[in-house]
Design a protein. Sequence first.
Length: 176
Amino acid sequence: MDSVVLLLCKYGNNTIVINVSCELNFDELVGILCKTWENLKPETMCISYSIVGHPNCMVQNNIDFLNMLRVVCARGADIVDVSVSRCSTSDEEDKVGSNWVDVVDSECDRLVDIERNSLSKFCSHQENALLSAGWRNNSMSVGQKFEGSVVEFRTVLCKNAIKVGFQFTYVKNDKL
C-alpha cells in the first residue's frame, strides 16, 4: 500500500482519525477503538464502511480489513468513512435492544428466556438499503465547519433534515 489511507472512525457523535500503516491489522484497529471508547468491547463491536453502491460493508476480521484497504486503494480514495457501533447479543448483561426478556419465577427463582421476535428464526430478511445510507456521516453539529460551496451546504442541510425526520417545506426564493 503506497498511499496513505485515513480511517474516519465514527462512534455516536465522536470521530477519530486513524492513519493506516503497513503494520496495522484488524485486531490492532479493534484495540485502538476499544481504548478510545471504553464502553466498547471487541465481542460486541460492529465495524462497517460504505462505498458507492454498497452502503454497509462489514469488517469482521483481518481478511475483511485488508479487502477494505484494497477496494479503497483500487478506487483511488485515501479517506474511508468507518461506522463503529455496538452490536447487542442475547447473552449481554444489560440486554438493551436485544430480542430477549428475562422472566423470573419468584417461587423457584429460575430464569426463563422468552423470545419476543421469533420471525427471524424462520425467515431471514436482508436489511433494506436506505437511500440516505450515503448521508450517514454527513451529520451536523453545533460549531461544525462546512468546507464547500453554499449550494453543497444547502444540499447537506436538506439531506440531514430528511434523515432526522424534520418536517419542512422547501420554498423557492424568487426575490433575488
